[in-house]
Design a protein. Structure first.
Length: 92
């Protein structure tokens, strides 16, 4: 299902869109151009999320916050959940 969204553009932005569309441009319609911009922005944000998660993992490793895997993902997640729910002073 699609939804129509209208946007007002300043003259310089509208002129740029028109240059990107049609025979001389890269896109058939302004809508196609806008959809592509939105998709690329979504991909960039997804990539940033992954990069942030990797950096957080490196920080955990550097701080000694590690968890040895058994090779069984479901069992590891259950053990990790149990570990995270345990009060901090328990097991010290």
């Amino acid at each position: 299902m699609s939804e129509r969204i209208n946007a007002r553009l300043s003259r310089p932005l509208a002129e740029f869109v028109h240059r990107m569309v049609g025979e001389a441009g890269l896109y058939e319609t302004p809508s196609e151009y806008v959809r592509d911009l939105i998709r690329r922005d979504m991909e960039r944000r997804d990539g940033q999320f992954v990069q942030d998660a990797i950096l957080a993992g490196y920080r955990d490793l550097a701080a000694g916050r590690i968890f040895a895997s058994s090779g069984n993902f479901k069992a590891d997640m259950a053990a990790l959940d149990e570990l995270l729910m345990r009060p901090k002073n328990e097991g010290e």
